[in-house]
Design a protein around this ligand. Sequence first.
Ligand SMILES: [Zn+2]
Length: 137
Amino acid sequence: MAHPRHEFVRARAGAVCEYCRLPEALYPGPYTTEHIIARQHGGSDRDDNLAYACGHCNLHKGPNIAGLDPATGLLTRLFNPRVDVWNDHSEWSGHILTSRTPVGRTTGVVLAMNDAMARVVRAALLAEGVFPPIPPA
Ligand SMILES: [Zn+2]
């Protein structure tokens, strides 16, 4: 069952995954309303703790709120779509996600944004001329 705020969260996000920026219309599966700070960690059910996520990002994020920055090994929080600007932390190099900051790097690794499946999907969309679909917000 969808979260009661699903339609609001979907509209606020423009039907785009707030982590990997892939539009819902281009993804082969349902998107979900997820808790940025997981309930397990005391995260609220308010709109400012909800984000719209594709199945890939939601699956890999799970209850994670932080990870180890692959460049430094330091414990680093994940990207928060409610307070962070995507383009400040990450960018596309073709179909590969590259990161500008520790938060971007850590989120890219924890959410497996460059794993084989994600790269194959984005490469196919790039070849079709529909990726990157919109300027990152
Ligand atoms: Zn995603």
